[in-house]
Ligand binder design. Sequence first.
Ligand SMILES: Nc1ncnc2c1ncn2[C@@H]1O[C@H](COP(=O)(O)OP(=O)(O)O)[C@@H](O)[C@H]1O
Ligand SMILES: O=P(O)(O)O[C@H]1O[C@H](CO)[C@@H](O[C@H]2O[C@H](CO)[C@@H](O)[C@H](O)[C@H]2O)[C@H](O)[C@H]1O
Length: 453
Amino acid sequence: MPKTASPRPRPAQLPEPMGSLGELLRDWLPKQRWFAGKDRPVTDLGLLSMTELFPGCLHLLVHAGHGTVPAPGGAPPAGDCYQLLLGVREHPSPRLGRALIGRVGDGPLAGLTVYDALRDPRMAQLLLERLRHPGKAGPLRFEADPARPVPAGLVPRLLDAEQSNSSLVYGDEFILKVFRRIQPGVNPDLEVPGALARQGCGRVPAPVAWFRTSHPCQATLGVLQPFLHDATDGWSLALDALAGGHDFTAQARELGRATADVHLALAAAFPAGAGAENGRTAAAMTERLTAAAHCVPALRPFVPGLRSAFAALSTCDTGPPAQRVHGDLHLGQVLRAGRDWFVIDFEGEPSRPLSERRSVHSPVRDIAGMLRSFDYAARQRRPWRPEWARRCREAYCAGYAARAGWDPRKKHGLLRAYETDRAVYEVLYEARHRPDWLPVPMAAIERLAVRGD
Ligand SMILES: Nc1ncnc2c1ncn2[C@@H]1O[C@H](COP(=O)(O)OP(=O)(O)O)[C@@H](O)[C@H]1O
Ligand SMILES: O=P(O)(O)O[C@H]1O[C@H](CO)[C@@H](O[C@H]2O[C@H](CO)[C@@H](O)[C@H](O)[C@H]2O)[C@H](O)[C@H]1O
């Protein structure tokens, strides 16, 4: 990047206008898989921080606003903060392909071409170098576990998975998750695997390096961890089993055991907190339902039936004690290597506030997430295979019970409420990210609202 065009980091409390770069990004952002605001137009885009990470690569935090009315006190309109790594070049190259964002017309980058730096192997290599050498770059801080050195020269590739973030695999040895939607605070996907590793839990890959920012708030930006190169995720395995007409109950049973192992390790690694009693949990679930129905009209006819699942929760026994949980457990979050299941992605449900994701919950929440996932898998093929999902469900709960010492199947009211809450979350998630998938959780909504099983 020419010296004259080098933008200075600009501290800003409020998002700053971004000129034509903002226009380009406003067009580009909603097309990204990880962009969470697809159901609402981006009304304004502002710069929160910009740091030159290394020559030709800018690190940006931007605010994507989704409202027209500024919040009280001069705060920006409602919206989200996203992390972007932009490559900057004088001349566009046809080799940029999908990475290209466009040519900036004004401001400090006028006349330069910007692109998604994570799609450029040279930039991805430099990013790993930055992580291998702890230190600061403006408000950004790079840190590493000295006990787990990362070798130089690993060849990067960007994962093209259905993801909420972006991940780079280096030499099939490490995987770097670059968080996209940034919230203030420590991301549980760094906090939890670190704590579980210290606990000696072998079911979760431990962080080896990470980076964070202190501006405009303290926040985790990315985590590097060992890549399980010989592993296959549970979602692919389940779909293969369905396609081949194979039984999946042995794997589901083992998965239930693995879930219980992780829950036991989480309970040991984090202090127990006072969980919400069922009445308060039911009220929170009902509130989420109301908010989701506001955004997704298809949910509205089912609201009364779904509310009854939450009302019934108030009369259930308390169930297992609240503890730290995974928070977004599904078949895509578990990897099988050899005969072992590993659990990844402790970020929790990305749309919930970080404070909520880092607080204690009933472990039934994770169990419900996985049970919903068997249903998702069974609905990927026609004819739908409800029996396959039912058998997996039984086996998973049996495996869980064998290790945890209590049986989720005996907590029918709790399970129904948590499954309903999860299906409501999924409706909102699909509406925002993959509208074509909406019928999958909607089928469960219909079942849970009408039949309640
Ligand atoms: N440690 C790992 N080893 C092997 N593959 C991994 C590992 N971590 C993540 N992956 C792969 O990357 C995908 C996305 O990772 P995940 O943490 O779920 O990201 P996101 O939060 O963006 O969805 C996973 O589905 C899995 O296939
Ligand atoms: O990106 P994450 O893995 O953190 O999780 C989000 O995206 C998931 C989809 O990629 C979504 O999961 C839903 O779809 C899965 C199939 O693609 C299915 O196995 C899950 O049961 C279903 O919830 C997840 O909800 C979301 O948080």
